[in-house]
Design a protein around this ligand. Sequence first.
Ligand code: TXE
Length: 482
Amino acid sequence: MLKIQNYIDGELVEPVSGNYLDNTDPSTGQVYSQVPGSGAEDVERAVAAAEEAFPLWSDAPAAERSDVMLRIADLIETRLEEFARAECVDNGKPLALARSLDIPRAAKNLRFFATAVLHAHSQVHTADGPVLNYTLRGPRGIAGIISPWNLPLYVLSWKVAPAIATGNTVVAKPSEVTPMTAYMLSQVCREAGLPAGVLNIVHGRGAEAGAAITAHPKITTVSFTGGTVTGREVAKSAAPMFKKVGLEMGGKNPTIVFADAEMDRAIEQGVRAAFANQGQVCLCGSRIYVEQGAYDAYVERFVAAARALNVGDPLEPGTDQGALVSKAQFEKVGRYVALAREEGGEILCGGSPPGPINDRCKDGFFYQPTVITGLSAECRVNQEEIFGPVTTIMPFETEDEVLAYANGTAYGLAASVFTQNLSRAHRLAERIDAGTVWINCWMVRDLRVPFGGMKQSGVGREGGEEALRFYTEPKNVCLQKA
Ligand code: TXE
C-alpha cells in the first residue's frame, strides 16, 4: 500500500517515529494509502530546513523565485489528469470538479503570485520639509500553513504561493484526511527545482503536527483554514508569541432571493451554492431566504432541481454529487438532519443516504442533497455550520427582516443576494455582515479581491495585495534630507 512521505529539506522522508495513519477513500470506505503520523520532532526538522533555506531564498531576485513557481504550475498542469484523479479518490468529490476547478486553480494560484511579485512596488512618502520616508516590505521568515480537506490542493496552494513568492519559507501541514495531492505537489516541487527547505510539508494529525507548528517559536506567521473550533485553538496557541495569524474559518452563508429576481438564475445558483462539492465549501449558501410572494414556486423548483442531481460514483462522468469526505463528516450530516426533524423541520427531499450506487461504492459515505423547510432562523440547524449537502429554505416579508436573519448568526463569511432592484442590492451589500457579498451570482472568484470573513468566520483577508501584505513586514525608513 502506498505510503505518503513528508517533504523536508528537499527530500521525501518517513516520519521520525515511523508512525503512519490510515488514509481512506470515502467513496469505497476502504483504506487505500498511509499518511505519516508526524509529530513535533518532524516539525522541528522542517523548521530547521526552512530556517537554513531562508537567507538564500529571501535574497534571491523575485524573477528567480517566480521562474521556479511557474515551473511548478506547468508541471501540475501537465499532470492535470493524475492530480484530478488523486483529489477525487482522496476527497470523494466528482472527478469532473477536480479536473475543472481544484487542480487548474492550484496552478492559477501559483502563477498569480509568481507574477504578482514581478510587479511589486513599495511606497515613498514625500512630505513638505526636510525628510523623506520610504517603506520597505520584506518576507517575515518561516510561515506555518495549515489547510483543510474540502479543497485540498486549491487551499494549500492559495497559501503557499504568496508565502514563497514574497521570499518566506514554509512549513505546511495539509489535512490528514486528504493528504495525497500535497504529496504529489512535493514530488513536483522536487522536479521543478524548488530549492531544498523552501517548502516543507509535514503530514499528520492536527493535534500533533498542526499544534507543533502553531506552537513553534520560530514560525512567526500562521495561516489557517478550517473549522472555527480549531481556529480558536490555533489563535490560543499563537497569541502568547505574538505571531501574525490569518484565520479562515466556517460560514453559515445566507442566499437571499427577492420576488423580482431572475428566477432561473436564482434557482440555478442557489442549488449550486447549496450543494457544490457536496456542500463542503466554506462559502456554501446553506440558509435560503425567499420573499413571501415567490416562496412556494421557488421551493418547488429548488426541490425538483435538488432531486435531479445525480449522486454517484465520483469517477463516473455523469456524477454531480460524490461522497462526503469521511465517515465523521457523514455522521455529522446525519446528526444535523435528525436535529432538524426534532426542531420541527420538514424534509422535502433527501434526508438519508441514497440507494445503492454501484458495487465499488457500496460502503462509501454518500448522502442525498437535502432540503428542509419549516425551521426558525434561530434554531441550531440554521445557526451552526453543517458542511454537507443540506440546505434550509425560509420565507421573509421585508428587507429589514431578511437583513436581520442574514446577520443573525455568529458567522460572517459570505452572502448572495438575488434581485433586479439595483438600489436594494447595493443597500443590502453594504449592510450584510460578510467578507464577500455576491449579487445575482455565487462563488465567482477573482484572485485579486480580498477574501475572508467577519465575526467567527475569520481574522484577516487573503487574496491579491492582502496576501502579499500578510506575508511581508513593512519597515519604514525616514531620511533627513537637509
Ligand atoms: O476541520 P479542522 P475538521 C469546518 C466544517 C467541518 C468542521 C470540522 O464545519 O465539519 O470544520 O472539520 C488541522 N492545531 N470546516 O475537524 O480540524 C487539521 O489537521 C493545529 C470548515 O476536519 O478545522 C487540518 O489540517 N491544526 C473549513 C486543519 O486543521 C489543527 C474546512 C483543518 O481541520 C489542530 C474544513 C490543532 N489543534 C472544515 N486541529 C473551511 N473554512 O473551509 C486540527 N488541525
